[in-house]
Design a protein around this ligand. Structure first.
Ligand code: SF4
Length: 450
């Protein structure tokens, strides 16, 4: 019997890409292939790509160069580019890397088997036309055995002027509450303790699903979904990302405060603290509205962890407007902020604008804001000192094999001495003895599931 082909998947970018890669790996395993750790030894190599910034896009080309040389020597090698660069570039990618066998957009992730069947007949395939994303029949090959990504809505209907996502991931497609619940029930049966519900703009969940309540409200919102899946036995923690201030509701915060499994961590990108920049970005809210949202979150969930995304040096951003971003951060004091300098992306309105800022301004503002991010994270971590936090154990501390690591409900990485065989997948109360900007150290009080 011929030896099974070995595959390797490399993932760039966001959680949505990680979830897509797990699904595609599941399909390849279902086709009888086995995982190969070394991409230069694999018989099928799949790069699941990101184009959110130019630097992310450029990464895949260096990898493809090496693989193209392998393909020239070994025609049986199968080369696949998936994800957002595949969607953005399509046929151009074949011209740039003629050795490629398959170029497939994110919406085609769960059609990998039928696309590879066409490749096996000697075709070079480009699959980037918009499709309706069907429910998966194959089981994802998940990176973690403890926490799982669960897609709830694909794509995005927003039109933020800097963002490629709508162009490469397509229009919003919500999964049904029943399909999401069924996936969570299955995950619980496999021993998963935590799920993160995923959507580029998760507050848009259900907009494309039927159902209006007698009061005229949409029947299927993220809030309704949280109530609907909350009682899945075995799932102890529920997280969700990424929120959008334009659609974030008090009803959602209230539900999070009420539902014990929903973790006290909110990821709500605000992008800029200046209203003119927010307008130019097409974000659809003001910094005043954003501040009110954070006040509402802290009113219902006083100890909530709050993280965000920010873009600095957006076209035309003045020093004063940048200062507005810093002052929103100084007033709110975030647990974590993902920062990026504006990167002009193909097909986005802002990329065409004349008032682009130069690289020195970008790096200068990035450096200053990152300094503030670390300072704030340090301050926010200090509130855990001498407190007991429950930690869901995920893995061994790669830096100290005597320690295990996991996350608090507030999503802070935490290390403590323990045996991974005994503790993996357990929720352990940990007394915090040491705090750092982005992680904590403590000692386990006792082994108890909370
Ligand atoms: S909400 Fe805006 S930034 Fe987020 S994915 Fe959609 S278009 Fe992009």
């Amino acid at each position: 019997m011929s030896e099974s082909r070995r595959y390797h998947v490399t993932t760039f970018g966001c959680q949505m890409n990680k979830a897509d890669s797990e699904r595609m790996a599941g399909i390849l395993e279902n086709m009888g292939m086995s995982w190969e750790e070394d991409p230069l030894q694999a018989d099928l190599v799949l790069y699941n790509t990101c184009t959110i910034r130019d630097s992310a896009e450029q990464k895949v080309y260096s990898y493809l160069g090496k693989q193209a040389k392998r393909k020239q020597k070994n025609p049986n090698l199968t080369l696949v580019v998936a994800g957002c660069v595949a969607q953005q570039e399509g046929e151009n990618l074949l011209r740039r890397v003629p050795e490629l066998d398959l170029v497939m957009g994110p919406q085609h992730a769960n059609q990998l088997e039928s696309l590879l069947a066409q490749v096996a007949q000697g075709n070079q395939i480009v699959a980037t036309e918009p499709v309706h994303i069907m429910e998966d029949i194959t089981k994802p090959r998940r990176d973690s055995e403890v926490t799982a990504w669960v897609n709830v809505i694909y794509g995005c209907n927003e039109r933020c002027t800097y963002c490629v996502v709508p162009g490469v991931r397509g229009l919003e497609q919500s999964r049904t509450p029943a399909a999401i619940r069924a996936e969570m029930v299955e995950l619980a049966q496999q021993g998963y303790k935590e799920v993160t519900l995923l959507g580029q703009n998760i507050d848009a969940y259900g907009r494309d699903l039927p159902g209006i309540t007698p009061e005229g409200r949409r029947e299927n919102t993220l809030t309704d979904l949280l109530y609907f899946v909350h009682d899945v036995p075995g799932i102890e923690r529920i997280r969700f990302a990424t929120s959008h201030p334009r659609y974030f509701t008090e009803r959602l915060v209230k539900a999070c405060a009420e539902l014990p499994k929903v973790c006290e961590h909110f990821h709500i990108p605000f992008q800029s603290g200046n209203n003119d920049i927010l307008k130019a970005m097409g974000r659809g809210y003001t910094h005043e509205k954003y501040r009110r949202i954070i006040d509402t979150v802290r009113r219902y969930v006083p100890d909530a962890s709050i993280s965000a995304d920010v873009i600095v040096a957006f076209p035309g951003e003045t020093e004063a407007q940048f200062q507005d971003t810093l002052s929103v951060m100084e007033d709110i004091v975030f647990d974590m902020v993902n920062t990026a300098a504006y990167s002009p992306r193909p097909g986005t309105p802002a990329a065409e604008w004349a008032n682009q800022l130069d690289e020195t301004v970008k790096q200068d503002r990035l450096q200053r804001i990152n300094h503030l991010v670390s300072q704030q994270a340090e301050v926010r971590s200090q509130r855990y000192q001498n407190r007991t936090e429950t930690v869901l154990v995920e893995a061994i501390n790669p830096r100290d094999p005597n320690q295990v690591m996991g996350r608090t409900r507030g999503n802070r990485l935490t290390f403590f001495t323990g045996d991974i065989e005994q503790l993996k997948g357990q929720i352990v109360p940990v007394h915090i003895t040491e705090t750092r900007a982005f992680s904590l150290t403590g000692s386990a009080l006792q082994l108890a599931t909370v």
